[in-house]
Write a protein that binds this ligand. Sequence first.
Ligand code: DUC
Ligand code: ZN
Ligand code: ZN
Length: 476
Amino acid sequence: MTILIKGGTVVNATGTVDADVLVDGERIVAVLAPGSESLGSDAGAADKVIDASGKYVIPGGIDAHTHMQLPFGGTEACDTFETGTTAAAWGGTTSIIDFAVQKYGERVEDGLAAWHEKADGNCAIDYGFHQIIGGVDDESLKAMEGLIDEGITSYKLFMAYPGVFYSDDAQILRAMQKARETGLLTMMHAENGPAIDVLAAQLAESGKTAPYYHGIARAWQMEEEATHRAIMLADVTEAPLYIVHMSAKQAVAQVAWARDNGKNVFGETCPQYLYLSLEKNLGAKSDEWGDFEGAKWVCSTPLRSEEEGHLEAMWQGLRTNDLQMVSTDHCPFCMKDQKELGRDDFRAIPNGIGSIEHRVDLLYQGVVDGRISLPRWVELISTTPARMFGLYGRKGVIQPGADADIVVYDPNGHTSIGVGKTHHMAMDHSAWEGFEIDGHVDVTISRGAVLVEDGEFRGTKGHGRFLKRDLTQYLV
Ligand code: DUC
Ligand code: ZN
Ligand code: ZN
């Protein structure tokens, strides 16, 4: 089947050009001068024509940090691979990279196999995995050697969550040495977990049990310190390092310092750290939930103070490339029966926010608001994730030979976010309720298959394929 996307403005990370895009089967086969009739690309010859006049034609979004069906805090993230990837398609995302989990005491191979089982045949879009190593020991270090052959070229460690996923400095050092040896990219949850747990216990014991105190316990100093420590451990092992879900301006300054000194250190932030805050969200009250309303926004790292300038610093980091990535850390939990587990103690609230449907839109609003340029938008939502995680060429670019993962985005359209409006994720609430976006995902195409068009979902679960990824293409 051939598709001609006609009359639009193609936006790549390198710039914009008015062009028609011809798709044959699963691939882009040509980017042509508008109205060109070469290569049989005239409207009459194509099986399907999409009119993109006045619209942007961009590579499909790549969300490189998601947690479908993640067991966490005595419950499980409520989006399945089917619901989560369907919501992603609605929002213009055509690939995800989810985290397979190895728990302490479990074999890495078994953790990975379990993740394949959850995802296989259930995804509406393409998907890859990073590997969480929740227990660094001789056996898991050995197993890391096999990951690259499985197409898993990055793994994650936690400096937080003692007793769950936590690694101490000696374990981190050993894993980074293995990463240096194999070429794996180390992803780090950089917060000082043991110190946070003491602060959190002290707050809870003094009666400060509301969600707001989640943000107080997880102070920015805990993120800055851990970020610095991770950078030093990476430096001594000469392993590249990627810090996930950054929210503290002081931690970003650590990444900037490392990068200014030529180190392969990269930083990711998330939409929630660009728009949502300790004051407005974690501290929110409602008639329905009282001060437990803030539980909707309990995630780690936590939402930070807008007054202290953290949100502005995240945007600034994206402008200067001190931060390279925006992923969602999509980890959705319902209020009912899930977040509610921590009604009397914020420490028992499962950590996570669901945003997979809205990342492309929320970042586009940054273009409208004059915070980032149009090509930078595409770089952030698609091209850099592709390069960072070994997918570039196949994904992340509109060019002949690339997978036909294409979004037609209408800058004159409008998107009202909220339950009952645009909400295809499984949570019973939206962390983004009431957000208005001056743009709209009109069409989402994944490997030549139209998934979303005319306000309808036309995809199927099982269309999405597992992505065996190459090594990172982003090293300096
Ligand atoms: N942070 C979250 O908010 N959820 C899942 C795990 C994590 O590190
Ligand atoms: Zn994390
Ligand atoms: Zn995460």
